[in-house]
Design a protein around this ligand. Sequence first.
Ligand SMILES: Nc1ncnc2c1ncn2[C@@H]1O[C@H](COP(=O)(O)OP(=O)(O)OP(=O)(O)O)[C@@H](O)[C@H]1O
Ligand SMILES: Nc1ncnc2c1ncn2[C@@H]1O[C@H](COP(=O)(O)OP(=O)(O)OP(=O)(O)O)[C@@H](O)[C@H]1O
Ligand SMILES: [Mg+2]
Ligand SMILES: [Mg+2]
Lengths: 255, 255
Amino acid sequence: MKVWAVANQKGGVGKTTTAVTLGGLLAARGYKTLLVDIDPHGSLTSYFGYSADAVERGVYTLFQHRESDPSILISPTRFDNLQILPASMALATLDRQLGTQSGMGLVLHKALKQLSGRYDYALIDCPPVLGVLMVNALAACDHLLIPVQTEFLALKGLERMLRTLSMITRSRNIKLPFTIVPTMFDRRTRASTEALQQLQSEHQSDVWSSVVPIDTKFREASREGVPLSIMLPQARGAVAYNQLLDVLLSGVDGE
Amino acid sequence: MKVWAVANQKGGVGKTTTAVTLGGLLAARGYKTLLVDIDPHGSLTSYFGYSADAVERGVYTLFQHRESDPSILISPTRFDNLQILPASMALATLDRQLGTQSGMGLVLHKALKQLSGRYDYALIDCPPVLGVLMVNALAACDHLLIPVQTEFLALKGLERMLRTLSMITRSRNIKLPFTIVPTMFDRRTRASTEALQQLQSEHQSDVWSSVVPIDTKFREASREGVPLSIMLPQARGAVAYNQLLDVLLSGVDGE
Ligand SMILES: Nc1ncnc2c1ncn2[C@@H]1O[C@H](COP(=O)(O)OP(=O)(O)OP(=O)(O)O)[C@@H](O)[C@H]1O
Ligand SMILES: Nc1ncnc2c1ncn2[C@@H]1O[C@H](COP(=O)(O)OP(=O)(O)OP(=O)(O)O)[C@@H](O)[C@H]1O
Ligand SMILES: [Mg+2]
Ligand SMILES: [Mg+2]
């Protein structure tokens, strides 16, 4: 099983949309796929019709009862080959509860290891904040996807994200390959095209060579609770994620 | 001094944009305004040209040295009547550091009380996560603004936010008036107009009667580091926030 995490401390850049759309594409291609929601706000969990405040068994249980069998925490979706490990609101208290207790950074990694025979891919949707949950995702994943809106403030935020990343990977002595995914690209505005040029010139080999364009169909898809890649495979946004998936599956880093 | 907090656990809904644009309008109208950035990611701090990882004196200092005089933590902006209490990345560690230590919910409230003679308004920009920082903002403010994107997932997130809010205000025995601000409204898409109708029918008196439309000029303004309300007062987005400000100043709750 390959584990991909989708993270960025900036909010609203398309993390959940990236996890859901790529998850839908992997499932449609016949790969057994698990979506893991570690955001206490539970957008991915709501997307598939579950309510984060009603979830009793999910990611939080992994931290509370470390011996629990992760396979009993998994819920189905309406789509073949696509299952979900849901979030619950209780996750919001995790940082305070754990405090400076050490050794909590590998809880998710160990749980996904136990599940690795059942899935081909696991995609982790992260909250927009640096904390014990994001550290768990970075420690558990083989590859990191960083969606970045093509606009000025988001580029500033990316610098901070990359500095945080190298801080964490250095302290854990791991090398974590990552791909920057330009999202919500609006070719009509100068701010968007200039931000993209800056992103491509500063991060060359770490940036995906194309973009996810602005596509209002994403909003329609989230209302239906269907990944856009399944609802409208020919929509601009779905086609873009399909191209991204081709690049990731061909081994971006020669994985 | 009146204190307004801008909060929503959902990321990317326009919290920073709301704080910056309203702050610019208040300053232009001659009100002495303080913008307070309690988001560890520091979008508001970067907006005005400071770097959250370089900030030495800011909101974090209030929690580390509770006796410190808050007035020495304030930085200027290029705009008359507009100053900023910046964020720093160290804020990300606050939840873990404080752990279950009690009594940390009123640090910001006490600091703003000490500053109340110097400003007419203080606007607090919150991170997209429920934690000790957001609790501080809710305890410090007189009025809460909740920007909500007019789309399905965001409405689901709003229910959770309002449940969290009533949980916190009940435990502190305070009544906190709030206004829901529909943002990024796109009149061309059904998902947007239906979401707005749902928002208005479910939350009647708590929702502002108008909307902030989608306006790509916000991206241009953030690149220039100028509030849109100052850069282009006639831009759609700026005009909308000006109307919102009129409603807020006329005492939404008869404050
Ligand atoms: N390419 C796109 N074009 C247009 N809208 C998009 C696009 N990608 C995402 N969206 C919309 O933008 C909003 C934010 O996306 P999403 O919730 O995926 O971001 P996020 O990074 O997961 O946010 P959070 O920080 O709250 O977790 C949603 O309404 C989504 O439908
Ligand atoms: N009405 C609008 N029309 C178009 N773009 C907007 C609008 N409001 C905000 N934006 C843009 O959307 C992006 C997200 O806005 P902003 O950063 O203010 O959200 P936020 O809620 O503060 O995000 P975070 O959760 O990361 O704190 C920014 O690029 C901003 O320029
Ligand atoms: Mg998300
Ligand atoms: Mg913000």
